[in-house]
Ligand binder design. Structure first.
Ligand SMILES: Cc1cc2nc3c(=O)[nH]c(=O)nc-3n(C[C@H](O)[C@H](O)[C@H](O)COP(=O)(O)OP(=O)(O)OC[C@H]3O[C@@H](n4cnc5c(N)ncnc54)[C@H](O)[C@@H]3O)c2cc1C
Length: 421
């Protein structure tokens, strides 16, 4: 910790709903809290660029204002936690350079990322992660008048379709791989929850007239320089839809890399935590989608519990147990409903590029014996996306064990160098 420059009682990594709730609750105890996020603004994925229209987002406003008004929280925006710097410090990269930041306890609220399963044509220009296209549109990409097919799996598809519709895009259709019968059970559950039912109604209003295909998925994207259309399949039926963008997401995967650097135990791709959100490392707490995919309510309640528990307010944390149980129950329903069908493993053809950064094709991987597979994976692990896209896909396609995370967790900007512990 020799060149450490700052120290917090509780350091929170990630300023999405979970991180905001964690920081706000910890700060209530009068301790010094640091809140780091790689984005300049707080809000995470769901509340990206929300600051201009908080009047329409009461829940976002509540948490963002609590954090902004707390004298005990120091915000560190535009800063990546790139690795560890000793036992109780992390190495942080900003545009200005690197520094180590120390803490007594740390709360990881690093969220999730999209899984994109490869299929022929998925590397064409304008085939984009669904959440990524939404983010680009919020950052200023003009989608007005563009025809967008939204495909893949999970509630994110509807959220993205709605957001792009309000940005002026023409949503050609939404294709969800989960079958009708599973979606119907899920819809009944959503209808019994007042808040979720209201969200469901506003999505239905926005997407009135947009075809929604259940049990349908893309099998090919076609075009020249960029995507011109997509072939969809539902059972034995195949048809084409032309589009300017294919917004594609096969689901979400927890961002566990930083937690695994600390040595936190993971199970089925998410960090294992106890009822107080404590991981297997006693000073590391985790909250939100890093512990499993579950939507906004789960992120908020887990963030609150982690904030209380990490600051020593165990009783307040305990008082939220029932809300947490109900959020976890909803997570299990999500997992059952949107479980990926086996057919998606067989979409990629031998010539389909699996690793966009290195141009590695499926046949080069699937023909590999164990050692070659590892080599291909290792090679892929060093690419521009740090293996985030192709290793996730390879893990799903081949059941490979993904290499453990190692610093730097993100590609280093040329201007900075990681500080050694
Ligand atoms: C791309 C995408 C788009 C989504 N869009 C929607 C939507 O429109 N509507 C909806 O209901 N749900 C959406 N979701 C789901 C939503 O994000 C979750 O339901 C939930 O709100 C997640 O909250 P969280 O606080 O756990 O994580 P997030 O909101 O993901 O916040 C995590 C934050 O941590 C930061 N971070 C991660 N690693 C580091 C690091 N090493 N250093 C610094 N900062 C780091 C991230 O940049 C991010 O800001 C989306 C998910 C994704 C992946």
């Amino acid at each position: 910790m020799a060149d450490e420059e700052r120290h917090y009682d509780v350091l929170v990594v990630g300023a999405g709903p979970a991180g905001l709730a964690a920081a706000a609750r910890a700060a209530e105890r009068g301790i010094r809290v640091g809140l780091i996020d790689n984005n300049p603004e707080v809000g995470g994925q769901i509340w990206r660029r929300a600051s201009g229209h908080l009047q329409y987002l009461p829940v976002a406003r509540e948490w963002i204002e609590r954090v902004a008004q707390s004298p005990n929280i120091e915000r560190i925006g535009g800063a990546y936690v790139a690795g560890l710097a000793g036992t109780r410090a992390v190495a942080v990269e900003t545009a200005q350079g690197s520094q180590n930041i120390g803490f007594t306890r740390i709360i990881l609220a690093t969220g999730a990322r999209e899984l994109m399963l490869p299929f022929p044509g998925w590397t064409l220009r304008n085939v984009v992660g669904a959440g990524a296209l939404q983010a680009l549109s919020k950052e200023g990409l003009a989608v007005k008048g563009k025809r967008v097919v939204v495909a893949g799996s999970g509630p994110l598809l509807l959220a993205v379709a709605t957001s792009l519709h309000y940005a002026g895009a023409e949503i050609v259709c939404v294709a969800e791989q989960a079958p009708w019968w599973r979606l119907a059970g899920f819809a009944l559950r959503v209808a019994s929850d007042k808040v979720k039912a209201r969200q469901g109604r506003s999505i239905r209003r926005a997407l009135r007239g947009v075809p929604y295909h259940a049990g349908a998925w893309p099998v090919e994207a076609y075009g020249g320089e960029r995507v011109e259309g997509v072939t969809l399949r539902a059972g034995w039926r195949k048809w084409r839809e032309s589009c300017d963008y294919l917004a594609y997401s096969s689901g979400l995967l927890p961002n566990v890399e930083l937690a695994t650097l600390f040595g936190c135990r993971t199970e089925r791709g998410a960090v294992s935590v106890d009822r107080q959100q404590r991981s297997s490392i006693f000073y590391v707490y985790c909250a939100g989608e890093i512990t499993g995919i579950g939507g906004l309510e789960r992120s908020l309640v887990e963030g609150e519990i982690a904030g209380y528990a990490a600051s020593g307010a165990q009783e307040q944390a305990q008082a939220l147990a029932a809300r947490r149980r109900s959020a976890l129950d909803f997570s299990r329903a999500l997992e059952r409903t949107f479980a990926l069908r086996g057919a998606l493993r067989r979409l990629a053809a031998p010539e389909t590029v699996i690793c966009r950064c290195e141009g590695i094709k499926l046949r080069e991987w699937s023909a590999a014996q164990a050692w070659r597979a590892q080599r291909a994976q290792a090679q892929c692990d060093k690419t521009g996306c740090e293996g985030r896209i192709c290793c996730d896909a390879a893990q799903y396609l081949f059941g490979w064990r993904v290499n453990p995370a190692r610093p730097a967790l993100y590609p280093d900007p040329a201007s900075t160098a990681l500080i050694e512990a």
